[in-house]
Design a protein around this ligand. Sequence first.
Ligand code: TNX
Length: 511
Amino acid sequence: KNVLLLLAIISGLLSCAPEEPTDLTQNNVIPKPVSVTATGKAFRLSEQTKIYVQAGSNLEATAQYLQDKLTPATGFQLTVEAVSEAPSEGIFLTTTNDSELGNEGYALQIDKKLLTLQVNKAEGAFRGIQTIRQLLPLSIASSSVQQADWMIPTGTIHDFPEYEFRGTMLDVARHFLGAEDVKHFMDLMAYYKFNVLHLHLTDDQGWRIEIKSWPKLTEIGGSTEVGGGEGGFFTQEQYTDLVNYAAERFITIIPEIDMPGHTNAALASYAELNCDGKATELYTGTEVGFSTLCTDKEITYAFIDDVIGELASLTPGPYIHIGGDESHVTKKEDYIPFIERVQDLVYAHGKTMIGWDEVTLAKLDKRSIAQYWSSAENAKNAVQQGVKVIMSPAKKAYLDMQYDSLSPLGLHWAGYVEVDTGYDWDPVKLEKEIGRDNILGIEAPLWTETVTNRADMEYLVFPRLAGYAEIGWSPTEGKSWDEYKVRLAAHGNQYDTWGINYYRSKLVPWN
Ligand code: TNX
């Protein structure tokens, strides 16, 4: 009888005890890690947990970032402490020498008492921390203290990216999005292990970066936007602040000055940049391809030299993007020498040139990079010239395409991009000319003709962004939409917690 009573008490206790998540392979991490093994127990974060960092390593800032991410929802102190030997419990960030991991890879060893994150570089620790965030119960995303059992299943994760370039783009020219919105966007990029933010800073409708030697670019050219709103621009100080914010997240900002087309904002600001010497009117519509810098005037190149010079000095990263797309009113015989001359200016300022795929009509430096968006012909030119390609196929990767015909925001000139369409493609299989070796990586651009504020931006970006993250990071082999959509559904809960205005696609089994 006593034995039975005891058994009843024990089983009662067991059923009250929270169920331990013990299978690490059943995680919802996006992008999907390269390899995961489960060992069937659970690590628990508690009041007593400390974050240790190997003394003398450069991992302290990332450890601090982890603390910042775990504190609000848990309410735990989780102090960061440098140690010279591996601790027996807690979280431990340490360096290793594992060539397979590269700069951004990481190895996670999760035991019952100790969670160890091993990396070659701080960058890898930052990426690995995103995985840790995603392994914890969903309520970890909350900004206020939550009652939860903060457990992670035990096992190991060995993870590193497929592509070294994993980017997104924000067009702040069509509609200006301020520094706070850009930072918010970067926080979400970081969560998905993106490492490049391309800022489309100038277009027909607006010039968004202060150039001290040509102040009217922002005074006049920055004064409006699509639809006639007040526009805006980043001062150089604000821009530098963004660059630093990006660097803390191991994100490189690529500034784009689009030319010779898409330049009406500059042409309206300075009469002398026009072939006829007359300033154009400011433009607030959404047509493309009607403007061009005057390619035969010397002042055009003096102007570009000044702009690239100032931009290069604000840019610690290696790249300057010169646009080059849709220059429909620039004659081909003017366009080609123009691009070649601008390319020289970029290298003279110590930067590597990127251009939209049309720039491959010109003779490119081998170091230059072409950004493919729709032309198979241009893709072929790039490969023949031996330049690397960033894959941004409009019909798959354009964040400004409508999800379907009912989407309240977005365009559809390249088609509708439902969440599965955005996820289910392989950069290597898109154009037969472009093979794996030609591809530097992928980028998902958000053009903002229809995007007027943060909520609009979030609606087009989420949940598609998660899919581009996975294409850029995870091995292609074994990928499946049916498996992915279940993980994505869990991310919907995070978006709810963060108050993100995302598209609740019917194709995803949201919780
Ligand atoms: C094409 S793609 C453009 C942009 C537009 C976008 C709208 C490319 C290099 N140029 O100027 O904003 O389509 O989807």
